[in-house]
Design a protein around this ligand. Structure first.
Ligand SMILES: Cc1cc2nc3c(=O)[nH]c(=O)nc-3n(C[C@H](O)[C@H](O)[C@H](O)COP(=O)(O)O)c2cc1C
Length: 208
């Protein structure tokens, strides 16, 4: 235990065998304390030459199966993922002085899952998914606005905008999940869960 953080990872080391339960507890707390986007995470990918790239995305679902985000399947990040499914995520909740790092491999979510999430989005966001060729070069902003107008004309019925086949979700299946708590004098607490071959999670404490 330390003075800045009332949580105690050392206690979890003795007691908590399920990293998803701990993730859920921290995430719920972050929803109460973060000023915005508690579900924002840094997503690191690497291309086929091992060159890394990192950007923020929003976590839209999580369960024991993994951590889900949505994006354009022709974007830079999706190109990396198709070549190299090893990715890493990092959450940092400033209000809580906590970090969670996740490493694993990625697969696609089902079409049904993607449709359900896509259809829950605002009309403008669904049109945006059609209009933006994410990560490609724009001649100017007008090119994008024209594309948005065209897709609004093509899909005027707000209740009936199909999901583009190049827009869907990825799910990260974790092999490692590390919880980090800020401590006094930089004596932080780190608890890492590692998936073993029998699919059970083993825990280790790491030096800060
Ligand atoms: C807080 C925040 C959340 C974001 N969420 C998403 C997201 O869920 N999906 C997405 O495609 N881009 C999201 N973005 C934009 C990405 O960071 C990035 O600019 C975009 O996906 C293109 O990345 P890429 O060229 O590496 O593929 C978000 C940006 C920020 C700052």
């Amino acid at each position: 235990m330390n003075q800045k953080n009332s949580f105690d990872l050392d206690k979890c080391f003795g007691e908590l065998d399920d990293p998803f339960k701990l993730f859920g507890e921290w995430f719920n707390k972050a929803k109460e304390t973060e000023i915005n986007d508690p579900n924002a995470l840094a997503l690191a990918t690497a291309d086929k030459n091992g060159v890394p790239s990192v950007r923020m995305v929003l976590l839209k679902d999580f369960s024991e199966k993994g951590f889900v985000f949505y994006t354009n399947l022709e974007s830079k990040k999706s190109g990396d993922i198709k070549n190299n499914p090893n990715v890493s995520m990092c959450f940092h909740w400033k209000s809580l002085l906590r970090q969670i790092r996740i490493v694993g491999t990625i697969t696609s979510v089902s079409n049904e899952e993607a449709d359900n999430y896509y259809n829950s989005r605002a009309y403008g966001s669904r049109i945006g998914a059609w209009a933006s060729k994410q990560s490609t070069v724009l001649k100017n902003r007008d090119e994008l606005y024209k594309s948005i107008d065209n897709f609004k004309k093509k899909f005027p019925d707000e209740k009936n905008v199909p999901r583009p086949n190049y827009w869907s979700g990825w799910i990260l299946h974790p092999n490692e999940i590390e919880f980090w708590l800020d401590g006094d004098n930089r004596i932080h607490q780190r608890l890492k869960y590692i998936k073993s071959n029998d699919n059970n999670w083993k825990k280790v404490l790491l030096s800060p």
